[in-house]
Design a protein around this ligand. Sequence first.
Ligand code: IMP
Length: 193
Amino acid sequence: MDQLIFATNNQHKVDEIRVVLGDLFAISTLKEAGIDIDIPEPHDKLEANATEKSLTIHQLTGKNCFSEDTGLEVTSLNGEPGVKSARYAGEERSFDANIDKLLDKLSSLPNREARFRTVISLILNGREIQFEGICEGTIIKDRRGGHGFGYDPVFVPAGSDKTFAEMSLEEKSQFSHRKKAITKMIAFLKEQK
Ligand code: IMP
């Protein structure tokens, strides 16, 4: 199989996905494929944004590719920040400001349940297929840990007492939404071989 282009500029996502893929499939990032664009995420659903990203790259290159869109869905905030996770506190996409806003909104709410949801859009030989991965967990009151990105310092997955930011990439991958979605994509790709 040709290389798959992973339609992202987020190096953290690339590192996480390479840990899961090992040497099963080779992926190239947008940078490695020589593509320098910021792909729009204009829709109000993860599924539609994932499609937008993979289609944009497919139309540009004609190659097999995949993208993913992830949101943090907090139960007591009716699924917020959800599709707006990256820009929750504003266009500058600051991880710190996003966490501050989230902790502030949750400060008086007893239910701190949340989940990460990832949707992968794969375009293989011109056909799109999507894969979903969910990780349930809790938002804690104060940041812990220095690894990872985004909301990792305040998210504790069910079954652990560490935040994602206190875990190595390998540990995070035992729980992660992204790992679950990628595992489904790998199973599908293996069937095509
Ligand atoms: P997007 O899929 O790049 O649009 O991601 C949206 C936002 O969700 C990111 O900017 C992060 O703030 C957050 N996010 C996505 N995946 C993760 C994760 O695995 N851990 C923590 N935050 C994440």
